[in-house]
Each structure stands twice: as C-alpha cells, then as structure tokens.
Design a protein around this ligand. Structure first.
Ligand code: NAD
Length: 252
C-alpha cells in the first residue's frame, strides 16, 4: 500500500486532552489505532472513557504546563506507558482578552508560557527521544487563525500563535531530514471553552458566523481528520505547514 492513515501500535501524547479540541484529537487518534497519553491539569476521565470505547489504551499524566517543571516527567511517563513516543500533539493553550492599551504583563507571560514556551521545550524533550532511537515521529502544534491574522483584544494570544507558526517551520527545517514531521493545524472558530466569551457576545457571535463560508461554527470533531492525517504515514513528506481547518474563513 503506498500510503496509510492507520496509527495502530503508535503512542500519541496529547496535551490539554481533558476537553475541547484536545479531547476530540485524542479520540480521533484513538479511533485510528493509537494509544493515548493524555496530559492535563484536571481529570481526563471522560477522554479516557471515549478512547477506551474506541479500543485504545489510555494513560493520564497530571501536569501544569504553565512552567517547565513537569516536562521530563511527562516524557518519562509517556515512554514507560507506550514504549516510545511516536506522536506529540501540542494542544494545551490559553487566551486572555483585553484591549492592547490595558494589557498586563501577567496576561502576556501566562499565555506565552503555556502556548509557546512549554510547547517548545516539550517538543525538544520529546524530539530527543525520537532522535535517540532514530524511529522518527510526528509533532503537531495547534496554532490558530491568529497565526495568520491580527485579531483584536488578544495581544499575547496572537503573538503566541504567530510565534508557534514560525516555530513549526523552524523545527521542521531542523528535524525533517531526521525523520520527524513537524506541522501545525490552525482551527477556525470552534465551540469550546476558548471561544465562550465570543459566543456569549451576540454581536461578535453574529459577525463571526457571517464570515464563515461553511455557515456554522466548528465542532471539535471536525478537527480529527486533519490530526489523524498529519500523524499518519500518509503525511510523510509534509513538513512545516500550518493547515487551516476553518470552514473556509481564510478563503473569504
Ligand atoms: P479549551 O480551553 O477547552 O482547552 C484548552 C486546553 O488546554 C484544556 O485542556 C486545558 O486544560 C489545557 N491547558 C490550559 N492551560 C494549561 C496548563 N497550564 N497546563 C496544562 N494544560 C493546560 O479550549 P480549546 O478550544 O479546546 O483549545 C485547545 C487549543 O486549540 C488551544 O491551544 C487553543 O488556543 C486552540 N484553538 C482553539 C480555537 C477554538 O475556536 N476553540 C481556535 C483556534 C485555536
């Protein structure tokens, strides 16, 4: 067979797997055959149940990615759970909303630490294991439309997601020849905690919906196919892309 979307036997680490897009990605990878190591701050019981229903193994690692302290432990636990790490999905992320003129240093640092700093150092730690046994792997960063656009009232989020697009390209350039595919997915507007404030504002909600060619907000399950594809052997020659899954938003 020239290509495959099958992830049977692969071990996938998904950060922020307890809810929203991270949960949907974990379940999609599980349905494609991977065992899942869910990383998060809170209970991942629901994600574990959904992954096990798909016939996949599941191991939970409790970790707060606002600092680098848990990174070595995440890698050690994931390797002991699954033998090696084949797939890393850097999904955990936060957002803070305020006008740029009022934005605080705390809201800048908190967002950059989770969305960009921890993502880089977890990728580095996981890549060391992928390079050590020369087995290669797949790293998928969850970027955003704010990797391409400015947005309003989310300066640290836009900076972090624009930075993440650049980091995706840099890591792809360094690791592509070593067997690691580094890519990103840019979700459009999805119904999760992340967009709760937008959806609660009737004006913003309506403006956003009016611009989405697909005519609806994204459901977390809409992201699964892209994640499975980039994690699979079918994507073996794809490096450094930021793949929009946005109902056509960027095409407008
Ligand atoms: P969400 O708030 O439901 O999920 C965020 C996840 O990150 C949760 O699992 C949370 O526990 C985890 N997380 C946050 N801080 C953490 C920390 N310090 N340590 C460990 N885990 C932490 O929102 P979501 O929409 O599912 O967001 C998932 C990713 O998708 C984020 O990176 C977000 O920026 C991105 N994204 C979301 C949308 C959207 O429309 N929902 C659009 C573009 C990008």
């Amino acid at each position: 067979m020239p290509f495959s979307f099958d992830l049977t036997g692969k071990n996938a680490v998904v950060t922020g797997a307890n809810t929203g897009l991270g949960q949907a990605i974990a379940v999609a990878l599980a349905q494609a055959g991977a065992s899942i190591v869910g990383v998060g701050r809170s209970s991942m019981d629901e994600t574990e149940r959904l992954c096990r229903e798909a016939g996949a193994g599941f191991h939970a690692v409790q970790a707060d990615l606002s600092n680098l302290e848990p990174i070595e432990r995440i890698v050690t636990e994931a390797v002991s759970a699954g033998g090696r790490i084949d797939i890393l999905v850097n999904n955990a992320g936060i957002i803070r909303r305020a006008d740029a003129i009022d934005f605080t240093e705390q809201d800048w640092d908190d967002v950059m630490n989770v969305n960009l700093k921890s993502t880089f150092f977890l990728s580095q730690a996981v890549a060391k294991t992928m390079l050590a046994d020369e087995g290669g792997g797949k790293i998928i960063n969850i970027a955003s439309l704010l990797s391409f656009q400015g947005g309003i009232r989310i300066p640290s989020y836009t900076a972090s997601k624009s930075g993440l697009a650049g980091l995706t390209r840099l890591l792809a350039c360094e690791w592509a020849a070593k067997g690691i595919n580094v890519n990103a997915i840019a979700p459009g507007y999805f119904v999760t905690n992340n967009t709760e404030a937008l959806r609660a504002d009737p004006k913003r909600r309506g403006e956003i919906l009016a611009r989405i060619p697909a005519g609806r907000w994204g459901d977390p399950g809409d992201l699964g196919g892209a994640a499975v594809f980039l994690a699979s052997p079918a994507a073996r020659y794809i490096h450094g892309i930021v793949l929009p899954v946005d109902g056509g938003w960027l095409a407008r």
